[in-house]
Design a protein around this ligand. Structure first.
Ligand SMILES: [Zn+2]
Length: 667
């Protein structure tokens, strides 16, 4: 059998010299003794633990770890041993099978450059908390490996940075296939810059991904949830080995997967039924906090902002006597048909915020806070229940009142099935009434999966995903440029844009302040979120031509106290093909008009040009990453120079310090 290389420093590290066997300390060299003892032990435990195909040689090690030689790349990959029991190992011509924790069965099935792993067992088995299997890293402790992490818009983090203080929040759990705190795509990868291995969860909705550090870098594994208290169905994980191309190749492997499963619906296809997309690509997204004022809009246009999505989150003074048709004031329903016609005359799009998740109890004293109708209907019948029949606590209030014995007094979460039903009733009428072009459906891709045990509308996590998808689809079917808070792969067919993936709340903090006033972002925003050496446009390499991503609405560059951070964000937006979003009032626009226009005429115009295109390549042009390039399907590219000196490329392209340049590269 093949020698199994142990991960350094892992809890399950097998070192016979640390087994409490002092008599074994002979004159044999320590390393040789370790090897002899380990090989003897391993051969006793596993009689037929190796499976070989034309491309891969797979060996099962202790702790269920798979060790793989990718013969095409000439690279050994290994997994950390995990605290699981392996028994009854057997191989056939096509698979390697063993028992996991006695009751479950694991099948390892290689095919070409992939290995599929299936975990099955009696349906009533408990799998909650099981952490298996792990991801692969290169077995040699090479310094050049990166953790390719599709958290928010994407990171590629060198293993050598695993002790960096501002990256302390990289380790932890990531809910699979959900934005905000999780993974926007159901995979994590490792690459050495050339070869790579992608770990894709085929059954993502009842899972999280755990990332941790070890002495050599990062490790990761799948952590499973029960579905309604049990295993329920076979769980699937798939590994894809790539011989070259680094993180870009890994993204393209997943893009093909997304295409094959119908997730890759492009903006071009969506634009056939959503005419607003044509004006949306290249737009700045404005959240205005003043009452709608045509003078301000005309001022923005006259200054030189050609394309804009205009939405209102009114926190400023409301004209006396103004109420909406439900008798409350009008945070989100401030625009009427006449005002939207004025926006259209300027070539701007009219958008609005919408939200179906939290319901307030009738007794709630916050009822008048923003007059949002969806917060006051359906209580308690539309509420999601937990496994004990209790109301699942909702945003704003559930947290404060979790200890209230009378659970009907808490603000709870509306079940996603009921959210969909309500959206079906509300959205078509609202679009007809006003002529909106766009709609941001809050929370849909940002909050964790939610099982519902309410007997009137039981929902599993996978069904939760299906109902959320249908909610988005209502807006799409009504011709809306449909946005969500955050993003995830399953939402791609039913969304045009996603707000927040480029803010990385896990590192920048959760911030709610709806006005045009300045604030100082936390230091980690600049050192992590805007660090070009670890940011990598994973989402865009897969889905740039399908869903536009942007900042969180309250965390916008026009409000940073230091304008240099805005400038850095412009460069990242240009390089990564991201839409700029701004929250502002009239005073903020006047104070920053020059920079708004500059952003529109650089980032905006570039996004208008490449908005429908696939991002085909992304690369560093020098070793320290201060020069980077993004290349689109047409061959059009943008080169950004993050450094302090002007740079000239071999083809003569001159890129100013802290600046950018465009070129066409041969396809
Ligand atoms: Zn329900």
């Amino acid at each position: 059998m093949q020698r199994i290389k142990r991960p350094e420093g892992g809890a399950a590290r097998l070192d016979p010299l640390n087994w409490g066997m002092p008599l074994m300390k002979t004159a044999l060299p320590r390393r040789l003794l370790s090897y002899v003892l380990f090989a003897a032990l391993a051969s006793r435990l596993f009689s037929s633990d190796t499976l070989e195909t034309e491309r891969l040689r797979i060996t099962l090690g202790e702790g269920g770890a798979l060790n793989v030689l990718d013969k095409a790349a000439g690279v050994h990959w290994t997994q950390p041993a995990l605290p699981v029991q392996i028994s009854n190992v057997r191989t056939s011509a096509t698979d390697l099978t063993f028992n996991l924790n006695e009751i479950m069965t694991v099948r390892v099935i290689p095919a070409g450059e992939r290995i599929d792993v299936e975990i099955s067992g009696p349906e009533d088995t408990k799998i909650e908390g099981l952490e298996y299997p792990a991801g692969f890293t290169r077995s040699e402790a090479i310094a050049g490996q990166n953790l390719v992490l599709p958290h928010c818009a994407g990171f590629s983090i060198p293993f050598a940075m695993n002790k960096r203080a501002d990256l302390v929040r990289v380790p932890g759990y990531y809910t699979t296939d959900i934005g905000q705190g999780g993974l926007t795509m159901p995979w994590i990868s490792t690459t050495d810059g050339t070869a790579g291995c992608l770990m894709l969860i085929g059954t993502p909705y009842d899972s999280r991904m755990k990332v941790w550090t070890d002495s050599a870098g990062y490790q990761y594994a799948v952590s499973w949830h029960d579905t309604k208290g049990r295993l329920g169905y076979a769980r699937q994980v798939s590994y894809r080995f790539t011989a070259k191309g680094g993180a870009v190749a890994l993204c393209k492997v997943y893009r093909e997967e997304a295409k094959a499963s119908g997730l890759l619906v492009t903006l071009r296809e969506k634009s056939k039924s959503i005419p607003g997309i044509e004006r949306f690509l290249g737009a700045l997204s404005f959240w205005l906090v003043d009452w709608p004022d045509a003078d301000l809009i005309e001022k923005i246009k006259a200054a030189g902002v050609d394309r804009a999505l205009v939405s209102y989150h009114v926190t400023g003074p409301v004209p006396p006597g103004v109420v909406n048709r439900y008798g409350h004031n009008t945070t989100y329903e401030a625009m009427d048909q006449q005002f939207i016609a004025q926006l259209h005359a300027l070539g701007y799009l009219a958008g609005r915020y919408d939200y179906y998740r939290t319901i307030y109890p009738p007794s709630d004293d916050g009822r008048g806070s923003n007059g949002w109708i969806m917060r006051f209907v359906g209580y308690p019948e539309q509420l999601a229940h937990d496994e004990n029949g209790r109301i699942r606590p909702g945003f704003q209030g559930g947290n404060q009142r979790r200890d209230v014995a009378n659970s009907t007094a808490i603000r709870g979460n509306r079940c996603s099935k009921c959210q969909y039903e309500l959206a079906q009733i509300y959205i078509p009428l609202d679009v007809d009434r006003t002529g909106y072009d766009a709609r941001l459906l809050d929370a849909v891709c940002a909050v964790n999966w939610q099982e519902c045990y309410n007997p009137a509308h039981p929902v599993t996590r996978e069904e939760d995903m299906q109902w959320r998808r249908k909610q988005l689809r209502v807006a799409m079917d009504n011709g809306q440029v449909t946005g969500t808070e955050h993003i995830a792969s399953w939402a791609v067919p039913h969304a045009v844009y996603a707000e927040a993936p480029t803010t990385f709340v896990r590192f920048a903090g959760y911030r709610e302040s709806f006005n045009g006033q300045s604030f100082t972002p936390p230091e980690s925003f600049s050192t992590v979120v805007l660090d070009e050496r670890i940011r990598f446009p994973l989402w865009q390499l897969v889905f740039h031509d399908a869903v536009v991503i942007t900042n969180r609405w309250t965390f916008t560059a026009n409000r940073y106290t230091d304008e240099k951070i805005w400038h850095k964000e412009d460069l990242i937006n240009l390089l990564h093909g991201q839409m700029p979003t701004f929250m502002l009032d009239a005073a903020n626009f006047v104070a920053n008009a020059g920079h708004f226009v500059r952003t529109a005429q650089t980032v905006g115009e570039w996004n208008a040009k490449i908005g429908y295109e696939e991002l085909t390549d992304f690369r560093w042009l020098n070793p320290d990453g201060s020069m980077q390039e993004a290349v689109y399907a047409s061959g059009e590219s943008v080169v950004v120079n993050f450094g302090r000196d002007v740079q000239t490329l071999p083809d003569g392209l001159r890129v100013p310090a802290g600046g950018f340049a465009f070129r066409s590269v041969p396809r």
